[in-house]
Design a protein around this ligand. Sequence first.
Ligand SMILES: *Cc1c(COP(=O)(O)O)cnc(C)c1O
Length: 394
Amino acid sequence: VDRFEPNLRIPGPTALPPTVREVGGRQMINHRGPEFAAMLSRILDGMRPFFGTSREVAMLSCAGTGGLEAAIVNTLSPGDRVLAVSIGAFGDRFAKIASVYGADVAKLDVEWGHAAEPVAVREALSSQGPFRAVLLTHNETSTGVMNPIPELAAAIRETSPHTLILVDSVSALGAVPFAMDDWGIDLVVTGSQKAWMSAPGLAMVAASERGWAAMETARMPRFYLDLRRHRESHAGGETPWTPALAVVFQVDEGIRLMQAEGADSVFARHEACAAATRAGLEALGFELFADARHASRTVTCVRLAEGVEWKALNTAVKKRGVVVAGGQGKLAGQVFRVGHLGSVTVEEILGTIAALEAVALEQGRDVEPGAAVGAAQAAALASRGVGRAAAATA
Ligand SMILES: *Cc1c(COP(=O)(O)O)cnc(C)c1O
C-alpha cells in the first residue's frame, strides 16, 4: 500500500492535484513585490465569482477557525446579542468563539442530521430578539448536512432586517454555488484546504457593505485578524503580515484549475460525486445520517451498520488505500464520513465504494459483489443526465 497514493476521502484537508503540489515547493518570493501583488489580485478576483460578490475578499493566513474568529471579532462588540444556529459540531464551535469574546449568545440547537428550518429561525428571532447577528453554518461537516442558506437568509432579512448574517462556508464555498450579494449575506468564510484543493493555511473572508460598516463600530479586540488592515493592505497588493506563501502559490494554481474546468462543471462534478457516494453507501447497507432533503454535496455521513465497528472498518479500508473519516464529537463510533470535495472524481468515489464493498464481503456481510459500485456508477451518470436511471426520470 505504501507504494500508492492513498485515496484521501476525508472532508479536508483534501487531496492536492499534481500541479498544486508542485507549486507548493516553489522557491519563496518577496511578498512585498510585484509578483506577489499580481498573484494576490488573481486569487481575490478569481474567488469573487465563487463567493457571488462584487466586493472585497480578504485572505488571512490561518486555519478555517481563524476565519470564523475573524468573522466574530471584526463585526461584534462584547455584550451583543447573537443567535447561533447550530446543526452540529462546527455550529457549536462558531457559537463558542462568539461567547469566548463576550457576546451574549442564544443558541438554536437543531437535532444533528437535520438542517435549520427557516420557520424555527424566524420564531427565535421574534421571540428572543433583537439580535445583532445570526451565525449560520452552510455545510455542517460533522453531520453531512447542507443548510438552505438562501431560504434562511430570506427569513432573517424579513424578520429582522438589520441583523448581520455571518456564514461559515468553510467546507462548501467553491464546491457549490453561492451568491452572497443576492442572498443578503454579510460575511462568509472559507478555507484553502477544502474546495480550493490546497494545503491548510489560508482563510478567505468576504463581507457586504453592511459587514464592512459593522467593522468600524465593533469593539471586540483584534489585531492579527483585523479585516480592515487586510483590506487596506490588499488594495496595495500586499497582506499586512507575512502570508503562508507556499499555500498562496497553491491557491493561485487551484483557482486556475477551477477556472479552466469552469464553475458550473466544478459544481456538477461535486453533485455527481455526492450522488455516487450516497447511492454506493446505501447499497452497502449504511443509512444516511443526514435528512435526505438536505444531504451535503461535499461530505456524506452514514451510520455504521449493525455489527460494523469503526476501528475495524477504518483499518480494513486503509489497507486498501482509502482514507475515510470517523465521527466527530458525540458521533464518534456511531458514524463515518466520506469527503467528496475539492480534487475529487467519480472514479475516485467508485474506488472508495469498491474498497468498502470488498471490506463488507471480507467481513461476511450480505452484499453482492459489484452491486454497490454499480449503484454508485448509475447515480453519478443519472446526476449528469446519462443512463437508465436518468431516462426513467426524464
Ligand atoms: C474544516 C471546517 C472548519 C475549519 O476548520 P480548521 O480545522 O480550523 O481549518 C470550519 N467549519 C467547517 C464547517 C469546516 O468543515
